[in-house]
Design a binder for this molecule. Structure first.
Ligand code: FAD
Length: 520
């Protein structure tokens, strides 16, 4: 009897395994039979490419990569997977430019959609729109650098940027899109008028703040959870030809933040305000003024940091060539009200394109030295203004004392420029700081520039924020458990959950964020 039971169990399990295998192997063929204008790739090169990202730490291979030619390719693929129901385990991730840090654009065993192959709608700039600002309609897979070049042909440009432009519209709008213009214009998600979305059930929906507003706001900052952005309408403004780019140093953190906060609160100061920390043992001390000219070369040559941590305030003023005198005068006036170390005033003038595309210039240099495709254990935090001194004292004073293998950005933004109906989570105060530890790890190093050391440093920073109850939120958040996600969203969790149940009820979309598991 026991023998019979054993044989029966083995037979039964084998049948299940065969069925499962048949099921799994039939998935590609059922996908292959979809009538698509574009195509699906199943080859190893395509799958490995889709399993990589800028973070260079997580690699999950999908089963297929969709190269969509139209919105309907995306809609019919998702609808097909949705109709398979929860038992198929297939998930879908939109991949923009793959510049996530922890596999957020990956789909283990699922389908990755290469959004850059979606070329519709063709980019179209609308200049004459009555009393409203001009705008551009773009595909969700369009790179911001391409939008810059196209809109400049009309003398226009988007108002709000990221520091790096080789990212897609869908990728940055799924987070927020923050840079030195955000204090005035808000993040990129505050500068979008209309979206076309493919939801987790394969429906194509047009939405704006007024029309299908709940979906519109869900998707903005929604970490790819509610739909795939296939089209966006982005607000434009007249573009300048040139930029006056200025850097000054502080050793006093209070004076540094006071000046930053004053500048972001006043009207008509600079067009861009950021800042970064110079921890003295980094090469940055000498780097920060590279390609900048000192206002007073003699004084500047005598400046010594004396082992102090320094804070660099970075500002930019846009101008057209014929307005140079007025721009210089305005800049001088604003600078005269700041309390930086006088001998550390450095500036340069560059074209608008060179200014906005500045990180790409560094990318080219780093690539040539083999230093771009390394692990990037980045940590981005949003810190309430009332806690920034406490944070700086402990983090810059105690935790990050030795080195930082990459820039540490720090700048404030105004909460009033963020729309609280979107999905992005920000601190409660009227002003909060973005602090970004943009560290590169040296592969296989076990020292302070190695991955393990940097990760443990990040952990110490997060643990301090938690234990001191600073009210910090992660930007480009990354968590492993739903409990941590709940804590991240706080009172907004219920709304996030409810939106998920409406727009992606089987949790098919963006599994790499690790918020939901198919099916919830
Ligand atoms: P991916 O990494 O491909 O995707 C990111 C997430 O969005 C994934 O979950 C993906 O599934 C989802 N997604 C992608 N496309 C779509 C779509 N069309 N519809 C719905 N969901 C989609 N961020 C800032 O805010 N400010 C900065 O200054 C800044 N600088 C950066 C500099 C560098 C060098 C790098 C690498 C990143 C920087 N970032 C910055 C972060 C960047 O904005 C995000 O990582 C962004 O998600 C990357 O865009 P991507 O096109 O590569 O998206």
């Amino acid at each position: 009897n026991i023998l019979f039971l054993k044989s029966f169990t083995i037979l039964f399990l084998s049948c299940i395994a065969i069925r499962l295998n048949l099921c799994l192997s039939s998935i590609p063929s059922s996908l292959k039979s979809l009538p698509l204008g574009g195509h699906l790739n199943f080859d190893e090169v395509s799958l490995s490419h889709a399993a990589r990202d800028f973070g260079n730490r997580y690699q999950y291979h999908p089963m297929a990569v969709l190269q969509p030619e139209s919105v309907s390719d995306i809609a019919s693929t998702i609808k097909h997977i949705w109709l398979m129901g929860p038992s198929s385990h297939l998930t879908v991730a939109a991949r923009g430019h793959g510049h996530s840090l922890q596999g957020q654009a990956q789909a283990h065993g699922g389908v990755v959609i290469n959004m850059e192959s979606l070329k519709v709608p063709e980019m179209q700039v609308h200049v004459d729109v009555g009393n409203s600002p001009p705008y551009v309609d773009v595909s969700g897979g369009e790179l911001w650098i391409n939008i810059l070049h196209e809109t400049l042909r009309y003398g226009l440009a988007p108002r709000s940027w990221t520091d790096y432009l080789h990212l897609t519209v869908g990728g940055t709008l799924s987070n927020a899109g923050v840079s030195g213009q955000a204090f005035r214009h808000g993040p990129q998600i505050s500068n979008v008028q209309l979206l076309e979305i493919v939801t987790g059930t394969g429906e194509v929906v047009n939405c704006s703040a007024e029309n299908n507003g709940d979906l519109f706001h869900s998707v903005l900052g929604g970490l790819g959870q509610f739909g795939i952005i296939t089209r966006a309408r982005i607000v434009l403004e007249p573009a300048p030809a040139m930029v006056k780019w200025i850097r000054v140093l502080y050793s006093d953190f209070t004076a540094f933040t006071r000046d930053q906060e004053r500048l972001i609160s006043a009207e008509n100061t600079f067009d861009y305000i950021e800042g970064f920390v110079i921890i003295n043992r980094t090469g940055l001390l000498n780097n920060w003024r590279l390609s900048f000219n000192p206002q007073d070369p003699v004084q500047a040559s005598h400046f010594k940091s004396d082992g102090r941590t320094l804070f660099c305030l970075e500002m930019a003023k846009y101008f057209n060539v014929e307005e140079i005198d007025a721009a210089n005068q305005e800049v001088e006036e604003h600078l005269s009200r700041l309390s930086y170390i006088p001998s550390t005033l450095f500036s340069t003038e560059v074209t608008f394109v060179d200014f906005l595309d500045r990180v790409h210039i560094s990318e080219v240099k780093l690539r040539s030295k083999g230093l771009w495709d390394v692990p990037h254990p980045w940590l981005n935090l949003l810190i309430p203004k009332s806690q920034i001194h406490n944070f700086a004292e402990v983090v810059f004073g105690n935790i990050l004392t030795e080195t930082s293998n990459g820039p540490v950005l720090i700048y404030p933004v105004n909460k009033s420029k963020w729309d609280n109906r979107t999905s992005v989570v920000i601190p409660e105060e009227a002003i909060f700081y973005l602090v970004a530890f943009l560290t590169s790890a040296v592969p296989s190093s076990t020292g302070t520039d190695g991955l393990e050391h940097i990760l443990s440093q990040n952990k110490r920073i997060l643990e301090f924020c938690e234990s001191a109850q600073l009210g910090v939120k992660q930007y480009l958040p990354h968590y492993n458990t739903q409990q941590e996600w709940r804590a991240h969203f706080g009172p907004h969790w219920e709304t996030f959950l409810q939106r998920k149940s409406v727009y992606d009820p089987l949790a098919i979309l963006a599994p790499g964020q690790r918020i939901f598991q198919k099916a919830i």
